[in-house]
Structure formats: C-alpha cells, structure tokens
Unconditional design. Structure first.
Ligand code: OAD
Length: 265
C-alpha cells in the first residue's frame, strides 16, 4: 500500500519533523484538520489516491450530488450503505489515538474533520467538528428530520448494490445519507466553530487531506494568512504543501505517534 513509503523512513531524522515537535511544544491552542488519509490505515479508502481512491473507482457525479440521489436513489443509498457498514467494522488507527492524546499535552485542541466516519471519536477525541456530515446520521431528504438507524449493520458487497432508501414516516420523503454532497452547504454550526477555532489557534496540524475541496481547504489558508504555522502530515505532496509552514512526509499512523513520543522525550 502507498502509505508504506512513509512507514519505511525514519521520520524522526527529518528537519520538518523536528520543527513540528518544536512547534507543538510551544503550542497552547491547536486545530487539527483531518481528511481521508487519516482513516486510510484503518482500512477506509481515500477519495483521490490514484489506484485505491473511491473517486478513481466510482463516479462522484453518479453518487455524491443531490441530483444523483434524485435520479437514482437506489444506487446512491446502496453505495452509502456499503460504506456505512465498512466504516462501522474498522477500528481507529494509531494516528486517531495520537490526536486524542494531544488533548492531554496541549491546553486546547479542536479536531475538525472532513471525514464522515467516527474514528476520531472512537479513539477518544471529543467535540469533533464534522464539516462533511456523518455517514451514520441519515435524515429525510424532504423534511430533514433524523432517521433512526436499525441496530443491524449493513453487510453489502464491495461497491454496494441497488437498495431502495427507506421512506420517512412523517412526510413520506426518502431517507438520504447524512453526508454533505458536492454543491451542498456545510453544516453551519460546525463550519462556524471551525472558523472560530482556526482564528484562535497558534498551530494548525493538517492530516491526510489533498486540500482541494473547499471550503474546508480555506481553513489552513486562513491560518497561514494570519501568520499561524500550519504543519502538514501527508504521505504525498498535496495542494497545500507549497504553502504550509512544514510538510512531514509520513503516514498518519506513523507520524503522529512519533510526534507524541518525541514530545515525551
Ligand atoms: P482525498 O482522497 O482527496 O485526499 C487524501 C489525502 O490523504 C491525499 O493527499 C493522500 O496523499 C493522503 N494520504 C493517503 N493515505 C495517507 C496516510 N496513511 N497518512 C497520511 N496521508 C495520507 O481526501 P480528502 O482530502 O479528505 O467529501 O477529500 C476531501 C473531500 O473530498 C472528502 O471529505 C469527500 C471528498 O469528495 C465529501 O464526502 C463531501
């Protein structure tokens, strides 16, 4: 797997890693912005990695827009049910646990994620801001009321199969996944709290995101514009790499625990 590249290197020998340790030692208020790369080593595919990314295998236009859902609800619901089952069956990785442990070292840590899984929470982070919603919080397409999930986990084949979405009893509307689709607004409360966290932070850690989806990518850009250091942990160059203060070329599950270890030394 591609994240093996980061694993095979001794990142503690890298000057960017040393600077990240120094920055973390001084930080009082951190915002962590995570993307799909943070959950990759738990076994959840990213979106844009060349061979394994979801959007290299599946067509986002057919799956991740409100129009796609209205055009073919069974296709979209079935695909998201497959992913919901996948997310529920995997475990947080060492990177998620390291992020949760940051709270014991730094006075204020806000975790902002683009991920629709709950792996940060399952690793112990609290108050996580989900900019792109949650795969386990479906709601009515028409009246937006939450729809209680059945206790049984979906057990769908790879890629899902056509499944008609349930109908909401109050209004008869179709139940939709609780994620933010292309062209939709972000949940206002989560976005405002994320903006607030960024403007009050003295360090931003960006973990495993390509940095091309807006407005999420605006958060580190705003921090940089305000003179706040931004340190990226990513196995590859991202759209943010040319601008961030430091890029540590490592996988999340290797680099973040190493960072904590170095702090404890
Ligand atoms: P992407 O798939 O666009 O990017 C994943 C990033 O993670 C890439 O930069 C990889 O190099 C990096 N990466 C992969 N494995 C890693 C690892 N083990 N450790 C560290 N980095 C790793 O995912 P996002 O940036 O999260 O939107 O995508 C943003 C949004 O686009 C998603 O939230 C999703 C998607 O369409 C919605 O679901 C609304």
């Amino acid at each position: 797997m591609r994240y093996g590249i980061g694993m095979s290197r001794d990142i503690s020998a890298s000057p960017d890693f040393d600077r990240a340790v120094d920055a973390l030692r001084r930080a009082r208020r951190i915002t962590v912005l995570s993307g799909a790369g943070a959950s990759a080593e738990s076994g959840i595919p990213t979106f844009r990695d060349a061979l394994t990314g979801l959007w290299s295998t599946f067509d986002a236009e057919q799956l991740a827009t409100p129009d796609a859902f209205l055009r073919d609800p069974d296709l979209v619901w079935g695909w998201y049910e497959w992913r919901r089952g996948q997310v529920a069956r995997v475990q947080p990785n060492a990177g998620h646990f390291a992020v949760a442990q940051l709270g014991a070292i730094v006075p204020a840590v806000t975790v902002v994620t683009q991920n629709v899984d709950d792996l940060h929470e399952r690793a112990g982070s609290t108050g996580v801001l989900h900019l792109h919603g949650s795969i386990a919080a479906p709601r009515c397409f028409d009246c937006a009321r939450p729809w209680p999930l059945p206790a049984d986990l979906p057990d769908e084949p790879e890629g899902g199969r056509r499944l008609p979405p349930p109908r909401y009893t109050h209004c008869g509307g179709m139940v939709r996944p609780g994620v933010v689709w292309f062209g939709e607004a972000l949940p206002r409360g989560a976005w405002q709290r994320a903006e607030h966290a960024i403007s009050g932070s003295d360090l931003v850690l960006v973990i495993g995101t390509s940095g091309i989806v807006y407005p999420a990518a605006e958060l580190p850009e705003r921090a940089l514009a305000a003179g706040t250091p931004v340190i990226e942990f990513n196995i590859d160059e991202s759209a943010l790499s040319p601008y961030v203060t430091r890029s540590v070329r490592t996988s999340a599950a290797v680099g973040l625990p190493a960072l904590l270890d170095a702090l404890g030394e």
